[in-house]
Design a protein around this ligand. Structure first.
Ligand SMILES: [Ca+2]
Ligand SMILES: [Ca+2]
Length: 290
């Protein structure tokens, strides 16, 4: 019997000490801001922790970060993500931004914590719209720390949105990189020194689409439009078509990055355009507004 009690205490005491972190939000404010050259809704709040990282560590909780997740509502409904923005959604298509909240040794307050959500990623009309954030916090294992805290509605000016179709038809890259070296190291097979060329669409600092690569080839082609991609941007947003060499053993090598803004787009609309930039000798693509 005494053994049983001793064992019970041994198991029970650490669990009791490791009670959950408590997190609260105050001063939730919405405003509009440019972030990564894109019109965004900024959701700002002050976050208060009940205990510091050091206190949690003493309680046996070594989590060094929590994750703040922000959804939006326009009425009773959650706002869904626009076409092409799967990088910004939860599993059922609701627009979601997730940002890590790194824990500092002795801090209990995170003042002015801000999450940026591109307006173009929201399935919402332009002009004045009522929007409210719903904030949740999870730990690294996905355990819910704060179940879903709703702010108040604010009236925001949502910029005019443009639906686009991007088709990258072909890419030819230089045979050597910036250092005059082969794109890939390959001592036994000269073919293996050629790159694996693919393109990626970079928007608001995130890769929102990419093509597959072709093995050992200075060229990429997509005559059938297999990787044609539909997405939306706000009127003055800037985005990038990046060309890369896929590498298994390291980060892919960047071959070139082409910046696209709307002035350029109006001149381009629908036609095949041939350009060169950085170590891309030739890229043929089209951008269509629809
Ligand atoms: Ca490489
Ligand atoms: Ca490669």
């Amino acid at each position: 019997m005494r053994n049983t009690i001793a064992l019970y205490l041994f198991l029970f005491v650490p669990v009791a000490l490791a009670a959950r972190q408590e997190i609260t939000f105050q001063n939730i404010v919405l405003h509009s801001a440019k972030q990564a050259e894109v019109s965004c809704l900024a959701v700002q709040c002050d976050i208060f922790l009940k205990e510091t990282y050091n206190q949690r560590l003493l309680a046996g909780d070594s989590a060094e970060a929590y994750f703040v997740e922000v959804w939006l509502k326009d009425s009773a409904e959650y706002i869904k993500a626009s076409r092409g923005f799967t990088e910004f959604t939860d599993s059922i298509g609701r627009l979601k931004m997730q940002v890590p909240l790194y824990l500092v040794y002795d801090a209990k307050l995170y003042g002015a914590f801000t999450v940026y959500i591109p307006y173009a990623a929201m399935q919402i009309g332009s002009g004045l719209q009522k929007i409210k954030p719903v904030i949740k916090v999870v730990d690294r294992a996905g355990k819910i720390m704060v179940p879903g805290f709703g702010g108040n509605y604010s009236t925001m000016e949502v910029p005019h949105k443009i639906d686009l179709r991007l088709a990258v038809k072909s890419i030819t890259v230089a045979e050597k990189d910036a250092n005059g070296k082969n794109w890939d190291l390959h001592l036994t097979n000269p073919e293996g020194a050629k790159p694996e060329v693919y393109w990626a669409l970079k928007y608001a600092g995130k890769q929102i689409s990419r093509s597959q690569y072709e093995l050992n080839n200075f060229e990429f082609t997509d005559a059938e439009g297999k990787y044609t991609f539909d997405f939306a941007v706000s009127a003055e947003d800037i985005f990038y078509i990046e060309v890369l060499d896929y590498d298994v053993t390291s980060f892919s090598d960047k071959i070139g990055s082409h910046k696209i803004n709307l002035q350029e787009l109006e001149a381009l609309n629908g036609a095949d355009v041939t350009i060169n930039f950085d170590y891309v000798r030739k890229m043929i693509f089209s951008l269509t507004v629809f």
